[in-house]
Write a protein that binds this ligand. Structure first.
Ligand SMILES: O=C(O)CCC(=O)C(=O)O
Length: 197
């Protein structure tokens, strides 16, 4: 199921996209499910708190974290066999531990998250963390797609510097080398981006 091109991209550049790994009915169900949950109240880990009357889009729709600890749909997705198959294949046969779920709503006008390394937060030992990000909506540069830096999976965890909080909801970022290129991950619903570190 996982092709050689994806494996090579993951090894050489640190990321690969599985196109159409989930189908439109599944992404529509998840979109509806998490939108309802978000609109129903506040949850552990809401970074800025839910304020339905606020003008800050992120106060109405903060990202969710660790939903698998209290939501069975999120737990099922975290343990989904298609994700396990891709992750295990990309890791050369080693089965990964599943540790975190997150969901970003990206409402219009919202701040994004400055360039960072997930391993800064997760501190996986031994080895490093691998992320599987599924698009629920079509995503491009205009509506705030994820961006990756090719080759940065080989870097150590870098010292952070302050981020521009008018653009980023987190206050840290990492200094990028001058020749680093941010590559937009353009995805359709059901595509999954895997990346290392
Ligand atoms: O609190 C956040 O949303 C930042 C954490 C993060 O980027 C991560 O865990 O990968």
């Amino acid at each position: 199921m996982i092709d050689d091109g994806a494996r090579r991209s993951f090894e050489d550049q640190g990321y690969a996209v599985a196109r159409g790994l989930f189908d439109p009915e599944e992404t529509a169900f998840l979109t509806d499910h998490f939108t309802r949950l978000r609109e129903a109240g506040a949850y552990p880990g809401d970074v800025v708190g839910v304020e339905p009357t606020s003008n800050d889009p992120l106060k109405k729709y903060p990202r969710m974290i660790h939903m698998h600890r209290w939501d069975a749909v999120a737990l099922d997705w975290l343990l989904e066999p298609r994700l396990a198959h891709w992750l295990t294949s990309l890791l050369g046969g080693t089965e990964p531990f599943a540790v975190q779920t997150m969901l970003y709503f990206k409402p219009p006008g919202a701040r994004g998250q400055a360039v960072h390394q997930d391993q800064y937060y997760l501190r996986v030992k031994p080895g490093t963390c691998i992320a599987a990000w599924m698009a629920l909506d079509p995503c491009d540069r205009e509506n705030g797609c994820l961006e990756v830096v090719s080759g940065s999976h080989e870097w150590p965890v870098l010292c952070t510097i302050g981020a521009d909080t008018s653009e980023s909801f987190t206050d840290i970022t990492v200094p990028l080398p001058e020749d680093a290129e941010l590559v937009p991950a353009l995805m359709d619903p059901g595509d999954v981006l895997f990346f290392k570190r």
